[in-house]
Design a protein around this ligand. Structure first.
Ligand code: GAL
Ligand code: ZN
Length: 667
C-alpha cells in the first residue's frame, strides 16, 4: 500500500487548493511562476471542477486539465488531484432530483451551493464512479500526480426514502433480526416496537424526543454511508495508479465521520484546520488536532487546508497577526505534519468565499500574506530533509471515541451543558500547558507502551473497552478518568449502578448515588480548587478521596478519588487545578515534560532529532535550553538559551558537546 512518503519523498509538501477554473487561462503561467517563488511543491486541483469537466451528462472536457497538469509539471509542481464529486453540477439535480438530499423535515436541499448530494443515491454514485474512472484513466500515469484527494470534507446527511432503504439494509447487517433491533433500541418504551423492516425510517422530524438507539445507529450509518462513497472512488483511482496514495480531507473533530474507522481505510490521513486567530488557545487547538490526526494516521499526516489569513465563515473574521501563520504552520510540522497546505492558492474575486484569505491575497504578490507564505515555503524546504517521515513519541494517551460522542450528545440527558469536545479540549490543554506530549486512541485500541491513560469523558464504553482499561491498569499503567464515563453500553443502555461495575471496582467506588450537574457559570468549591459543570454523589469502597467537595449538598463527599493507579475525577476542575492534577498523575507514572522551566506560552515539542520551541505569546521571550544546539531556521548556534520573537519559532538540533570546553561543575 502506498503511503505519504511516496508523495513527500523526503520533503514537507507545501501548497494549497488551486482552482484555476475561476481564472482566465492567461493567468495560469503567472500562478505557476509565483508558486515556484513561494516554494510551492504541490497543489490540490479539481476539488470543485465537476461542472467544468462534465458540462453535460456524460460529456468530458479534459483539455483544460491536460494543459494545466502539463504546465504544473513543467514548473516542477506536483498535483494532488481531486475527484470533484463534492459538488455535482446543476444538471444533476435538475435531471435527477432524487440525488438531492432531504433534511429531517423532508425538505429538499437544492443546488446553488455545494455538497448537495445524497450519499445513498445510486444515481449520484454511478455518475461519481464514471467520472472517477475517466479521471484516473487519463491522469493515473501523469508525472505530476502526487496524491489522490477523494471528494472534499464528506459531511452530507440525508433523510430521504432512498436513505431509508439503505438504512434498513445497514440495520439488517448490524442487528440480524428485527427482534434484536427492537431489543437494541429499547422500543418497548413509548410503544415504538417495529413489526416490519419497512416501518423503519431515518430519525425524521418527530413530536418529541427521538429514540436514542435509532439516532445513534443513524449516526453510525451516515458515517458508513459516506465511507462507502469514499471507498468506491478510492478503489477506482487505486486500480489505475496503485502506487499513488489516496486521501480525503477530514473536518477536524467533526462528529459526522468516525475518523478512527475512516483513517484505517486511507493511505494518507489529512485534515483541514482553522484555529480562530482571536482564540487565546488557538495554539492548543492546533496542537490537539495535530495530535489527533497523527494518532489516526499512526505517523506523519497531511494538513490539507488552513487559512493564510482570515476565513469568511465566523461572525467576525479576524486576520492572522504577523507571524501567526508561520507559527501555526511550523507547529503542525512539530506535531507530525509532512504536508502544509492552504485553502486556497489565489483568493477568489467572486463566489461565496471571495472574502476568505488565500496564499496570494487580493493585495497580490506584494501583500503581507504572500510575503509570509514565501518565507514559510523557504523554511519548510530547508526543514524537510531533517523532519519528513520522522516520528514523535508520547507516553500519555487521551481516549476519544465517536460512538461515545454520538450517544452523549443526545436530547434528554442530565445536562445539555456537557459538551464532549470541550472536555477533550480542556484535558488536552492541561497536558499541552505542561509540555507533556500526548497521542490519542480509541478505548479499545492497543494501549501498551503508554504509562498514562486519560479519559476526559466517555459516556458510552463497550465491554472490550472496559476490559482494556482494567487490564492496562493491572499491568502497570496509570488511568485518570473524567466524570460520567462508562455509563452506557454499545446500545446506549444504562449499565446497572450508573457506572459499569468493573470500573467502579477499579476506582474503588461503591455506589454512584446521584449526578449533580451544575448550572452555567456555577462554581463548586473543592479542597484547594474550584470546579464546575458537573459533580457526583459518590460512596467509596476501597478508593481514597484525593479532594472533597466543600459546598452545599455534597460537602465532605469525595470529588477526586484514587484507588492505586486508577483516579476518578467526578467534576471539571478549573484549568490550573486540572493541569496540576494531571501533572501529578503523570509524574507518578514516570512521565516527564519535554522541557521544564519554559516561560509561559512557550511550547516545546520533540519530533525525531529536532526540538521545536514555539512562542505562542504576543511578546518576545528568552527560553532556557540546556546544551549547545544548531538552530535550523536561522542558522545560528544556540548555547544555553534561545531568543524567541513574538510568535517566534526555533528548531534546534543538538550539537555534540565540545570536548575542549571545560566541563560545567568542574568534575
Ligand atoms: C473548507 C473547505 C474549503 C473551503 C474552506 C474555507 O471547509 O474544504 O473548500 O470552503 O473550508 O475555510
Ligand atoms: Zn437521500
Amino acid at each position: 500500500m502506498p503511503s505519504l512518503s511516496d508523495a513527500t519523498r523526503g520533503r514537507v509538501l507545501f501548497g494549497g487548493d488551486y482552482n484555476p477554473e475561476q481564472w482566465p487561462e492567461e493567468i495560469w503561467p503567472e500562478d505557476a511562476r509565483l508558486m515556484k517563488e513561494a516554494g510551492v511543491t504541490s497543489v490540490t486541483v479539481g476539488v470543485f471542477s465537476w461542472a467544468r469537466i462534465e458540462p453535460r451528462p456524460g460529456v468530458r472536457d479534459f483539455g483544460w486539465l491536460d494543459r494545466l497538469m502539463d504546465l504544473l509539471h513543467g514548473s516542477g509542481i506536483g498535483v494532488v488531484l481531486a475527484t470533484p464529486t463534492a459538488s455535482p453540477p446543476p444538471w444533476m439535480g435538475s435531471l435527477h432530483p432524487e440525488t438531492l438530499p432531504r433534511d429531517e423535515d423532508g425538505r429538499t436541499v437544492w443546488w446553488g451551493s455545494r455538497q448537495h448530494f445524497c450519499p445513498s443515491s445510486p444515481v449520484y454514485r454511478r455518475y461519481a464512479a464514471a467520472l472517477a474512472e475517466d479521471l484516473a484513466g487519463r491522469y493515473g500515469g501523469h508525472p505530476a500526480l502526487a496524491m489522490w484527494h477523494i471528494n472534499n470534507e464528506y459531511c452530507t446527511h440525508c433523510w430521504c426514502d432512498e436513505t431509508a432503504r439503505h438504512f434498513r439494509r445497514w440495520l439488517r447487517a448490524r442487528h440480524g433480526t428485527l427482534d434484536a433491533l427492537n431489543e437494541s433500541w429499547g422500543t418497548s418504551f413509548w410503544s415504538q416496537r417495529y413489526d416490519s423492516w419497512e416501518e423503519i425510517i431515518p430519525p425524521r422530524r418527530a413530536q418529541y424526543t427521538k429514540n436514542p438507539g435509532q439516532v445513534l445507529d443513524f449516526k453510525r450509518f451516515t458515517s458508513d454511508a459516506l465511507l462507502e462513497c469514499y471507498e468506491a472512488e478510492r478503489d477506482i483511482v487505486a486500480r489505475h495508479s496503485p502506487r499513488v496514495p489516496v486521501t480525503t480531507n477530514f473536518m477536524p473533530l467533526w462528529s459526522g465521520q468516525d475518523a478512527w474507522k475512516w483513517a484505517e481505510r486511507e493511505d494518507v490521513v489529512s485534515v483541514d484546520v482553522y484555529p480562530d486567530p482571536k482564540d487565546p488557545y488557538r495554539g492548543q487547538y492546533n496542537a490537539m488536532l495535530g495530535d489527533m490526526t497523527r494518532s489516526q494516521a499512526r505517523g506523519p499526516w497531511a494538513l490539507m487546508e488552513q487559512a493564510a489569513g482570515a476565513v469568511n465563515w465566523r461572525g467576525v473574521n479576524h486576520p492572522k497577526p504577523r507571524g501567526l501563520n508561520r507559527l501555526l504552520s511550523l507547529q503542525s510540522v512539530a506535531h507530525g505534519a509532512d504536508v502544509i497546505c492552504y485553502f486556497q492558492w489565489r483568493q477568489s474575486r467572486q463566489g461565496a468565499e471571495k472574502f476568505h484569505s488565500g496564499m496570494l491575497s487580493h493585495a497580490g504578490e506584494r501583500g503581507r500574506a504572500f510575503q509570509e507564505v514565501k518565507r514559510i515555503g523557504a523554511e519548510l524546504a530547508a526543514l524537510g530533509p531533517h523532519v519528513a517521515g520522522t516520528a514523535l513519541t508520547a507516553e500519555v494517551v487521551v481516549l476519544h471515541d465517536w460512538d461515545s460522542w454520538w450517544a452523549d450528545q443526545q436530547d434528554g440527558r442530565p445536562s445539555e451543558l456537557v459538551e464532549y469536545t470541550e472536555l477533550v479540549r480542556a484535558w488536552h490543554r492541561a497536558l499541552w500547558e505542561s509540555n507533556i506530549p500526548v497521542d490519542f486512541a480509541r478505548p479499545d485500541h492497543d494501549l501498551s507502551g503508554y504509562r498514562l491513560i486519560l479519559v476526559p469523558h466517555l459516556y458510552l464504553l463497550g465491554d472490550r473497552a472496559i476490559e482494556n482499561l482494567v487490564r492496562y491498569v493491572r499491568d502497570g499503567s496509570t488511568l485518570v478518568c473524567g466524570f460520567l464515563t462508562g455509563v452506557a453500553d454499545e446500545d446506549d443502555r444504562v449499565r446497572p449502578g450508573g457506572m459499569d461495575a468493573r470500573l467502579r471496582e477499579l476506582f474503588g467506588i461503591g455506589t454512584v448515588h446521584e449526578w449533580w450537574p451544575r448550572a452555567a457559570g456555577e462554581q463548586v468549591r473543592c479542597d484547594g480548587f474550584l470546579a464546575g459543570l458537573w459533580s457526583e454523589e459518590l460512596e467509596l469502597s476501597t478508593g481514597e478521596p484525593v479532594a472533597r467537595y466543600r459546598d452545599g449538598e455534597l460537602a465532605g463527599l469525595p470529588a477526586v478519588v484514587r484507588n492505586g493507579r486508577a483516579w476518578y475525577v467526578s467534576t471539571l476542575p478549573e484549568p490550573a487545578a486540572l493541569r496540576a492534577l494531571l501533572a501529578e498523575a503523570a509524574d507518578g507514572a514516570g512521565v516527564r515534560p519535554v522541557l521544564a522551566g519554559l516561560p509561559a506560552g512557550v511550547e516545546a515539542v520533540r519530533r525525531g532529532e529536532l526540538l521545536f520551541l514555539l512562542n505562542h505569546a504576543p511578546t518576545a521571550v528568552t527560553a532556557p535550553v540546556a546544551g549547545r544546539h544548531r538552530e535550523l531556521l536561522g542558522g545560528r548556534t544556540v548555547d544555553g538559551a534561545v531568543e524567541l520573537e513574538r510568535y517566534g519559532v526555533a528548531v534546534l538540533r543538538e550539537l555534540p558537546s565540545d570536548p575542549a570546553a571545560p566541563r560545567a561543575g568542574g568534575g
